[in-house]
Each structure stands twice: as structure tokens, then as C-alpha cells.
Design a protein around this ligand. Structure first.
Ligand code: GLU
Length: 381
């Protein structure tokens, strides 16, 4: 794909990582942040819709409070509260120079996981964009419970870093392009800090297991690493969007990208383009419960997009209500799909292995033949 094809994209999510927003001393990288704002303003003036996902609140708060560590309970949350307003003051001032209004949106995992909140968020964000405003999004670290293991143990959360958050936002808003800017050039064949032969990958047509294995863990200061960026790329390309991972320390990198310069790693959309509800089921919810199914049911789901019938279920994991999204796992307890259940966990336990004709005899009522209807299942590739 030619890089100048970027010129045609309309809706763009840009994610700025902590390490590009602050300098080596941990202070705000003022000139860089203003150059990002200048670049993004140009895009807006050229008729593009820009959604900014920004990290940096915890880092700036930590600097302001002169702290060496944020590991004690509540400290990271406090730093985020202090740093968030500092961060926004730069954006308010910078975009103000170009007469572009901004809006602050702080999100937790529940804002995606609860479908009514997800839908309401989407309506609001679309309205904000319609008004010509740049939404500026960050994880709401001050109230988020993601890191409180006692509460969250056993739960698969839909995001815990801004890479995944930016992908969920891009998916929710049907964005054409997600640009993730951090302090690394893009995806390398091996860790470039350890391996001098590591090569920059220019283009990825499919985020396969081999590509995923090139991911490394979090960089210092930020929460995500290459692995979370690859997960983000996998999600966005699956709904038909493009992703570019590039080095945000290249001066005026956003403008250069839109001038067609060959920067970073580009991830191309797959042919699949999942519909919105399937995206939400597959990626945007927190998962507590699960259903273990036999090989026949797994094959039917993955190869024929079939519904999940009680006869294919072997085991029910944890408790869940009707309408919740659960993991669908194979006989080795490996998750291969997710789906929204028609029956709660107690009912599922009663009808495990039963023929659908017998549901009414067992439960005394039958609302559905299937425990999960085909339209409410998303396979995880
Ligand atoms: N929300 C965090 C912050 O503003 C950053 C999260 C991340 O780096 O993924 O500091």
C-alpha cells in the first residue's frame, strides 16, 4: 500500500504515549506537545475528524508531587488526578491558539463493558465530532479499579492501558485510522535494544501469531508495550481500520505521515470488517463467566458460525446473568470465542449436555433453543 493513501482518511484516532509527552527529566516535553497540537490542528482545518487518546497524567502528576514511586495504594490514582489537569491545560491552550474547542473524556472499563454506556458514549462522541470539537480521552485512573487485584481477580478486563483503549475508541467510532505514537520506530523482527540485527517491519497485512510473538512488554513510564500495541492493531484491522505505529519523537511526525513519508509500521485492514455488535461482544466487555464446549460445538461455531446449543456444553464457569458476555472455551479451557448468553449460569448448569427439545422439561420454560444465538457470538482469531 502506498503511504500517501493516508491522505484520504476522514476519521483518525491518535494515541500519544507517556514517553513522547515528557522529556528525559520527566517534565512535559513542551515543544513536542505543541508540535503535536499544531499538526492535529492542521488535520482538523483540512476537514478531518481527530480523536486524541492521551497518556501522561500519572507521569506528570508524579513529577509535580516529587514522588519516586507510585506503587503504594492510591498514589497512582492521586498522581493521575494531579497530572490530568496539567495535561489538559496544555491541550486547552494549544488548541485554543488555533481556535479549536476540545472536550475532556475520562473512561473506565465499565464505560465499554456496559452496553448502554457504550452506546451512550458513542452518541456523545459523534456529537462532539459533529460540533468540530477534538475529544481528548484518557483512562480515568483516579476511579478505575483495574489494578485492584482483589476486586478484579478472575475477570478479563476489556482494557487496562491506553493502547487498547485507543483501539476500542477507534472500533466504537468506526475510525479509518489509528496512529499510535510512542518512543519506538515501529514493530521490529526482534527487540532492537538486545538484537542489532532486528529489522523494522514496514507493513503487516495480518496480525498473525508470528507477528504477535514479536511483541515485547511495557516500556518504562507507560503501561503498554509492543504487545498491547499489536493487540490494538489486531482489533482495529479486524473491523476494517488501518493502524500505524510510529516514533512520536520524530519532529512533526503527524504531518509527515500525512505527507506520505514512509514512517513506522503500517497494519492493513483485514477483509472481515466485523459489525458493531460483534465487535462489542468480542472485545469491549469485561468477562467473568465461561462455557466449556466439546470439539463438535467448537468446530460448528468456528467453521459454520453456528449457535451454541446446550448439547455442546460440557462445563459452566463462574456465575453470570442472562444477557452477559461470557468466554467460550474448548476442552483444554482455551478461549476461542465470546458470546452473549440467553440463559444465566444457574440455568446453564441445569441444561448442560441436554437436547434443546428437553429444555422446557428441565427448566419448566424455554425462551430459546440455543444458549448463545449465532448473531451473538464472535470468534477470536
Ligand atoms: N492513563 C495513564 C496516564 O495518563 C496512562 C495509561 C497508559 O500508559 O496506557 O498516565
Amino acid at each position: 500500500m502506498q503511504r500517501n493513501e493516508f491522505i484520504d482518511v476522514k476519521r483518525i484516532v491518535i494515541k500519544l504515549g507517556t514517553n513522547v509527552l515528557r522529556n528525559e527529566d520527566g517534565e512535559v516535553a513542551i515543544s513536542r506537545i505543541y508540535s503535536f497540537i499544531e499538526d492535529m490542528s492542521k488535520l482538523v482545518k483540512n476537514g478531518k475528524e481527530v480523536i486524541l487518546v492521551t497518556s501522561g497524567a500519572v507521569g506528570l502528576g508524579k513529577k509535580k508531587l516529587n514522588l519516586d514511586s507510585t506503587s503504594e495504594d492510591g498514589v497512582k490514582q492521586a498522581c493521575a488526578a494531579v497530572g490530568q489537569s496539567r495535561l489538559m491545560s496544555f491541550y486547552e491552550n494549544g488548541f485554543g491558539i488555533y481556535d479549536i474547542p476540545i472536550a475532556q473524556i475520562l473512561l473506565t472499563e465499565d464505560d465499554f463493558s456496559l452496553r448502554y454506556r457504550y452506546l451512550s458514549l458513542r452518541t456523545t462522541l459523534n456529537k462532539i465530532l459533529e460540533f468540530g470539537v477534538v475529544p481528548i480521552i484518557n483512562q480515568n485512573d483516579t476511579v478505575s479499579t483495574i489494578k485492584m487485584n482483589a476486586i478484579m481477580s478472575g475477570i478479563k478486563v476489556c482494557f487496562s492501558d491506553n493502547d487498547k483503549l485507543s483501539a476500542l475508541v477507534a472500533s466504537e467510532l468506526d475510525a479509518d485510522l489509528l496512529i499510535i505514537l510512542s518512543d519506538i520506530e515501529g514493530l521490529y523482527t526482534a527487540n532492537p535494544k538486545e538484537n542489532p540485527d532486528a529489522q523494522l517491519v514496514k507493513e503487516v497485512s495480518s496480525v498473525t501469531d508470528e507477528i504477535m510473538s514479536m511483541g515485547t512488554d511495557a516500556s518504562e513510564g507507560g503501561r503498554g508495550g509492543m504487545r498491547t500495541k499489536l493487540e490494538a492493531a489486531k482489533l482495529v484491522t479486524r473491523f476494517g481500520g488501518k493502524v500505524l505505529i510510529a516514533n512520536g519523537k520524530i519532529p512533526y511526525v503527524i504531518s509527515k505521515i500525512f505527507e506520505g513519508e514512509d514512517i513506522g509500521t503500517m497494519f492493513l485492514p483485514t477483509k472481515e470488517n466485523l459489525p458493531d455488535k460483534k465487535r462489542w461482544i468480542g472485545y469491549a466487555t469485561n468477562i467473568i463467566g465461561g462455557l466449556v464446549v466439546n470439539e463438535g460445538a467448537k468446530k460448528a461455531i468456528l467453521e459454520k458460525c453456528s449457535s451454541l446449543l446446550p448439547i455442546g456444553i460440557i462445563n459452566v464457569i463462574n456465575d453470570f446473568k442472562q444477557g452477559e458476555v461470557v468466554s467460550i472455551m474448548d476442552e483444554n479451557n482455551v478461549e476461542f470465542a465470546r458470546g452473549m448468553v440467553n440463559y444465566n449460569s444457574q440455568e446453564c448448569r441445569q441444561i448442560v449436555g441436554a437436547h434443546s427439545n428437553n429444555i422446557e422439561t428441565i427448566l419448566g420454560y424455554k425462551n430459546y433453543d440455543a444458549v448463545i444465538t449465532r448473531d451473538n457470538i464472535t470468534g477470536l482469531v
